[in-house]
Each structure stands twice: as structure tokens, then as C-alpha cells.
Design a protein around this ligand. Structure first.
Ligand code: MD3
Ligand code: FE
Length: 218
């Protein structure tokens, strides 16, 4: 089947519907078919590479807890931000990226027009009540032509989607469990963040929100 240039036709068969955010960025509502398996895989990764609160180069402990899987993982410490093949906590390689993760990211990228997306890093963020992520750009990756794919699981959060300058006023979007967002093209370097997570209880994840971000980092 030859895809049409019209977004209507290109996205017509995407489960849950597509919400375009900007050129190159779209929310795929309810795109995750099997949330329970996703959570099991997160727990498997975290058993080998536990969640931890990293410290920024400015010396602040982040409120979000993080771990990684894949060939490279995002790390922050007082020396800076970078991708590293090893978990600095254990000195061992990050756990392999589960095949189901890779497939989900590749399917989501494909559904929004980014063919042959092969991420090599998956950052896993864990939020609890009060956890936030300040406005930032993701620019530690080598190749900005590849999109970032993000997957939300558990408690809902308000996502802040700004512009290419920090001072651009962000728009707010509620992201729910099972939503997937693809950020590519001109949207790749937009400022974004997450508002403080409200208290809550989710049937699958309890007091937590998890977010997977897939990146082509190397
Ligand atoms: C827009 N995570 O880990 S995912 C991050 O919900 C991060 O945990 C948030 O921002 C979270 O860096 C938001 C959505 C996201 C990820 C990457 C982007 C949005 C993006 C890159 C460019 C533009
Ligand atoms: Fe980010």
C-alpha cells in the first residue's frame, strides 16, 4: 500500500487515533496493546539496573527516578549528561532492550511516517506524587534526524510542550496510560517537561507513572 501524503489517510488505521501536535510530532492515543507485559519488562530491567535519582551537573538531585535498557543509557552526574554503555551504579552493561520495547517503538515511529526506526537507548523514568521534569531539550543524542518515541504507563500526567526557545509558553497535554508520542522532524528539539504528578492510584502501577523514551543516541 502506498501511503498518502494526507495525514488523514496515513493515520487512518492507527488504533486509538492520532492527535497531531506540530510538524513532526503526534500523540498516538492508546497505542500500547499490552500494558501488563510492558510493566513486567520494566520490572525485569529494574531488577538488574535499579531506579535511582541522578544528580544534575548543577548539583541538584532530580525528583524523577531513572534507569535504562539498551546498548546505551542516559546518565547525569556532576560531570555532565551523557550516554554510557554501563550503569554507573553497578559498572555492568545496561540490560538489553526487550524485543517488545523495540517493536513498540518501531511500530509507533512507522505509524507517523518514520520508517526503519531502530533505537539503541531506552530511558525509563519513574514518577510519584510531586515528581516533575523541568522544561528542557533532549540534545545529548548524536543524530537529531531520528525521532524520540515516548510511552506513558500508569498514572496520568500533564505534559508541557513548548517551542524552540525556552521562553516559548508551553501548551499542556494530558498523557494517559497507553499513550505513545513521537517527536521528530522540526519538533525534535522543542522544549518540553512534565508538571508535578498528582497523588493517585493506578490499577497496574499503584502510585507511579512510568515513561519510556526511546532514542537513537549513538
Ligand atoms: C519533545 N521525558 O526523558 S516524554 C525525557 O514524560 C522526557 O518522562 C518526559 O522528557 C516524561 O527526556 C516526557 C516526551 C518527550 C520526550 C522527548 C522529547 C517529548 C519530547 C524530545 C523532543 C521534544
Ligand atoms: Fe526530554
Amino acid at each position: 500500500m502506498k501511503p498518502s501524503a494526507s495525514t488523514g489517510d496515513l493515520f487512518a488505521d492507527v488504533q486509538g487515533g492520532v492527535e497531531p501536535l506540530a510538524e513532526g510530532a503526534a500523540i498516538l492515543r492508546g497505542f500500547v496493546a499490552d500494558e501488563a507485559t510492558l510493566l513486567e519488562e520494566i520490572q525485569r530491567v529494574a531488577a538488574a539496573a535499579p531506579f535511582r535519582q541522578m544528580v544534575t551537573p548543577g548539583g541538584y538531585r532530580m525528583s524523577v527516578s531513572m534507569t535504562n535498557c539498551g546498548a546505551a543509557g542516559w546518565v547525569s552526574d556532576p560531570r555532565g549528561y551523557r550516554y554510557d554503555a554501563a550503569d554507573p551504579g553497578t559498572g555492568m552493561a545496561w540490560p538489553a532492550m526487550p524485543e517488545s520495547f523495540r517493536r513498540l517503538a518501531n511500530d509507533a515511529a512507522g505509524a507517523t511516517g518514520f520508517a526503519e526506526y531502530v533505537p539503541d537507548a531506552c530511558l525509563i523514568n519513574r514518577y510519584e506524587a510531586g515528581t516533575k521534569l523541568s522544561l528542557h531539550q533532549d540534545k545529548d543524542e548524536r543524530d537529531f534526524t531520528a525521532p524520540i518515541v515516548s510511552v506513558s504507563l500508569g498514572l496520568p500526567a500533564v505534559f508541557l510542550f513548548g517551542g524552540l526557545r525556552r521562553r516559548d509558553r508551553p501548551r499542556r497535554y494530558r498523557l494517559e496510560s497507553g499513550d505513545v508520542v513521537v517527536w521528530g522532524g522540526p519538533a525534535r528539539l522543542t522544549y518540553h517537561g512534565v508538571a508535578p504528578l498528582p497523588e493517585g492510584e493506578h490499577p497496574l502501577t499503584g502510585p507511579y507513572r512510568f515513561n519510556l523514551t526511546f532514542r537513537k543516541a549513538l
